[in-house]
Design a protein. Structure first.
Lengths: 142, 295
């Protein structure tokens, strides 16, 4: 168990995942960042994207399995003894409704065009578009 | 003196009222549990957010985020007032509203943002019919909180308001709710420390050596502060919800008890009245018999 680290993924409304992980890969504003156990203290801002983690399933006798989630904006804190990811929203593969996500993305694109010089509005829509793209990538759709 | 029939009608109507208050009491008790569960689910996020903020604050030498500096001088204060959508919970909503008014008296000008129908109505009565307002219930609370945060920070950034204050009910115990006035922006380091104290049993991270930030502590802080604000509003909304049902439970328990007491009193009066009528009738019969010389 020395090569695993306690990993927690939380949103404001729930704990999405809590358990041991061998590897956590998240999309930071600087690009993808993979975290292993005993990582040096690290705090990063996350962009919407697909978060991947190799997690240990206690019910499967300690075998590792891949956890993949589409996550919205957030933060990742890595410490030698734990990894915490805070995101606005995290969606599992089975909860993605492709048609809805596409509609979301198209609506956000329209609003972004209408935003004009409103920079905050532009960025807000961009986040929604990127989150939608991440959800679609999770399902292998476009 | 009221007739037996009048009293019987009053008792019947009281019993109906009592049934309603009893039902509302049970509903409130069930809803408290749900509201508390929602609060509990939000706690891990609060703890993690506070920990990251504390790390950041200690890492950033000079904080020059707009949220940590005083707003434009002379602009009115922004008050985010949160109440429930419904009443029948004693002075619950009124207390929050009067706390907001108390704060408003300390400022030369205020601008209201309200969450909850009762807050909206009260502020409209104060003569501000077109302030920004949201419902407490209905849509996802986190979505509402995000929008409230977006609107108030937009107004703060543009200098429309000089500070952001949150007034909401706090659930002290099940029997006690107290309105709370919190200054959200400018954010003070003590506030963050207080938030941190609420949850984390973990040791402070500073002991674990220098932290690396990506891309920079300033950038992460500028992203984290709006989230902190959003989340504070969200958790105040959750607390208002839980406190509202607690207040309603108390109010409805009292109402049910009062109805019982009143029913008992009226029942005694009714029995008295009935007995008096019977006695009077007997006396009349006896008197009539005597007059006829039967006895």
């Amino acid at each position: 168990m020395a090569n695993t680290v306690p990993f927690k993924l939380v949103t404001p409304t729930q704990i999405v995942f809590e358990g041991e992980a061998q590897l956590v890969i998240a999309v930071t504003t600087e690009g993808e960042e993979g975290i292993l156990a005993h990582h040096a203290p690290f705090l990063a801002a996350l962009r919407p994207g697909v978060l991947r983690a190799d997690v240990v399933r206690p019910d499967a006798g300690g075998a590792a399995s891949r956890l993949e989630l589409a996550t919205s904006e957030g933060f990742m804190q890595a410490l030698p003894d734990r990894v915490t990811v805070l995101v606005d929203e995290a969606v599992r593969f089975e909860d993605v409704v492709v048609a809805d996500v596409r509609r979301e993305r198209n609506e956000a694109t329209e609003r972004q065009k209408a935003a004009g010089t409103d920079r905050a509005g532009f960025e807000r829509e961009q986040t929604i578009i990127e989150f939608a793209a991440a959800k679609l990538r999770l399902t292998g759709q476009k | 003196m009221a007739t037996v029939r009048d009293l019987r009608d009053r008792i019947r109507s009281l019993k109906n009222t009592q049934q309603i208050t009893k039902a509302m009491k049970q509903v409130a008790a069930a809803k408290i549990r749900r509201a508390e569960a929602a609060q509990k689910r939000a706690r891990p996020y609060a703890g993690a957010l506070a920990e990251m903020l504390a790390d950041l604050i200690s890492a950033v030498s000079s904080v020059d985020h707009p949220f940590m500096k005083p707003g434009r001088a002379g602009a009115p204060a922004g008050i985010v007032l949160i109440t429930a959508d419904k009443g029948l919970a004693g002075a619950f909503n009124a207390n929050a509203i009067s706390a907001a008014e108390t704060f408003a008296r300390q400022r030369s000008g205020v601008r209201y943002y309200t969450v909850g129908v009762k807050a909206r109505n009260a502020v409209r009565r104060m003569g501000m019919p077109d302030h920004r307002t949201w419902m407490l219930g209905g849509t996802e609370k986190i979505e509402t909180a995000r929008e409230v945060a977006r609107v108030v920070t937009g107004d703060f950034d543009s200098g429309t308001i000089s500070e952001i204050v949150l007034v909401s009910q706090q659930l002290v115990t099940m029997m006690l709710q107290r309105p709370q006035t919190r200054k959200l922006v400018p954010i003070l380091a003590e506030d963050i420390a207080a938030l941190r104290g609420k949850d984390t049993s973990k040791p402070p991270t500073e002991q674990k050596g220098a932290i690396e930030f990506a891309p920079s502590p300033e950038f992460v802080l500028s992203r984290l502060l709006p989230k902190y604000l959003e989340f504070t509003i969200y958790s105040a909304m959750l607390e208002t919800d839980a406190a509202f049902f607690a207040a309603q439970l108390v109010a409805m328990t009292n109402a049910t008890d009062n109805a019982s007491k009143l029913i008992d009193e009226l029942t005694i009066s009714m029995n008295n009245a009935r007995q008096a009528a019977i006695t009077k009738e007997l006396l009349e019969i006896v008197a009539g018999a005597q007059a006829l010389g039967v006895a």
